[in-house]
Design a protein around this ligand. Structure first.
Ligand SMILES: Nc1ncnc2c1ncn2[C@@H]1O[C@H](COP(=O)(O)OP(=O)(O)OP(=O)(O)O)[C@@H](O)[C@H]1O
Ligand SMILES: [Mg+2]
Length: 448
């Protein structure tokens, strides 16, 4: 399927006659390797790219099932067909459980064996194709769930890739609704821990009195009401990642306990002295400026330094306006599909107006807004008139101003756009605008 290259089959059988007959049947179509013992088979297997193994169960040196396990361990995608002279159902069942494709009895007809081999190889090449497509997809869209191509976001994606293989603690900061949880999940999903749990500890939502039992778990009788033993989020997350959302909400006492766990990866359940070790990666998030909280004495500086090993700052939407049209389109398609409606889109003017809007609630606000509009509008094109006044009027605002104010409003907006195009580089922006850099500096200063 993927190429015309001949598949490689390793024939493992101590009987020369059997090997010979396999060779006669298969040599036209496939590249054949022969082994008369287990050790010879392992050597050949390790030194060649084997697609399929025809494996005798009874070999002089090692058991066929052990070999099967070994082959699968080296390459889980290899197809193995067990061949045997004796019918033993328990062995057949075990072989299939260990991942053998099929279990066939000698004597067999040429047609039978050829058909089984063809099916097994077809399955293998399909699996290879899927794996290939998956990695290809990851290469093209490394963050499947994240929409946005602004250079600032690309930097965030690159950084996620760079740190995903490490176990270092990550601190994600950004305004509410910018996508902190999404970034945390992307990080987990790209890490070697991706098949293990991603456990969210919502520090703002859990009352402080329950925080310890949530995180550490408790033994039966640890406190009134502890009727049975319950494991906490840390234990649930073992081998995976713990997402400490809104970490700024923890009180100083809990911060101290958390610091110990992050340092030592050890804790005890409430009501127990047994030390439990966990292997977890910590990802923390906050929509506050933690450094400021540290200055005000509201957040422990030692914990801050401990979690700020890899800092990620997600810019607010108004600082990456080029992503707004993309997000509008993404969520429109999503909600139209969910509601089973016909295609919808925003008119060009509406997109402009919404790109001008500051989105204080960031992506979450935009997402909720699109959901609402897709539901309430009837026409396939959503127009400026359908937008709430606050959003839709920004462009027309200028119309109602005296000329002097309109010119200055336009100038401000235009400068902001050019600055955005140049990624905030004032020298390049001034060049584009055809004014002196100092003039631009004065203009941007009195903007604030
Ligand atoms: N780049 C993006 N592409 C697509 N969807 C996004 C993007 N960023 C955020 N979202 C969506 O916006 C919503 C808010 O994102 P998320 O919950 O990750 O934000 P947050 O920063 O954790 O917010 P809060 O501080 O309020 O907890 C989610 O539904 C998320 O799927
Ligand atoms: Mg969040």
């Amino acid at each position: 399927m993927t190429s015309k290259k001949k598949a490689t089959i390793l024939v493992v059988d101590d009987e020369a006659g059997i090997r010979k007959s396999f060779n006669m049947i298969l040599k036209e179509e496939y590249h054949i390797l022969n082994a008369s013992s287990g050790s010879e088979a392992v050597d050949l297997y390790k030194s060649h790219a084997v697609d399929l193994v025809l494996l005798d169960i009874l070999l002089p040196d090692v058991g066929g099932l052990n070999l099967l396990e070994k082959f699968k361990e080296i390459d889980p995608a290899v197809e193995v067909i067990m061949v045997t002279a004796v019918k033993e159902v328990p062995i057949a069942v075990k072989a299939i459980k260990l991942g053998a494709y099929e279990y066939i009895m000698k004597p067999f007809t040429v047609d039978d064996i050829v058909a089984v081999i063809q099916r097994a190889l077809e399955k293998r090449s399909m699996l290879q194709e899927i794996t290939y497509l998956k990695t290809e997809l990851e290469r093209i869209r490394p963050f499947e769930h994240m929409v946005g191509e602004d250079p600032k976001m690309k930097k965030v994606y690159d950084f996620i890739s760079t740190i995903s293989q490490s176990d270092g603690t990550v601190l994600i900061q950004g305004e509410s609704g910018t996508g902190k949880e999404l970034v945390a999940r992307a990080l987990h999903n790209r890490s070697p821990r991706k098949r293990e749990p991603f456990v969210v500890v919502n520090c703002a939502a859990i009352p402080l009195t329950l925080m310890e039992s949530e995180i550490f778990g408790y033994n039966k009788g640890a406190f009134t009401g502890a009727l049975s033993t319950r494991i906490g989020k840390l234990e649930m997350a073992n081998k995976g990642s713990v997402f400490l959302d809104d970490i700024d909400s923890l009180d100083l006492k809990m911060q101290a306990k958390l610091l110990r766990i992050i340092q030592e990866r050890e804790f005890e359940r409430l009501g127990s002295n047994k030390v439990i070790r966990v292997d977890v990666r910590f990802i923390a998030a906050s929509n506050k400026n933690l450094a400021e909280l540290v200055e005000n004495g509201e957040f422990r500086d030692d914990l801050f330094y401990r979690i700020n090993v890899f800092p990620i700052k997600i810019p607010p939407l108004r600082e990456r306006r080029t992503d707004i049209p993309l997000l509008l389109e993404h969520f429109t398609n999503l909600y139209v599909k969910q509601a089973g409606k016909n295609k919808k889109r925003f008119s060009e003017d509406a997109v402009h107006a919404l790109t001008d809007y500051d989105w204080p609630g960031n992506v979450r606000e935009l997402q909720n807004f699109v959901e609402r509009l897709v539901t309430i509008t009837k026409d396939p094109v959503i127009q400026v008139k359908d937008l709430p006044p606050l959003m839709g009027n920004r462009k027309t605002e200028i119309k109602d101003l005296p000329l002097k104010d309109a010119i200055s409003a336009f100038e401000k907006r235009y400068i902001a756009e050019v600055l955005e195009d140049t990624g905030g580089n004032k020298t390049r922006a001034a060049e584009k605008l055809g004014i002196h850099r100092n003039t631009l500096l004065t203009k941007t200063q009195d903007k604030d």
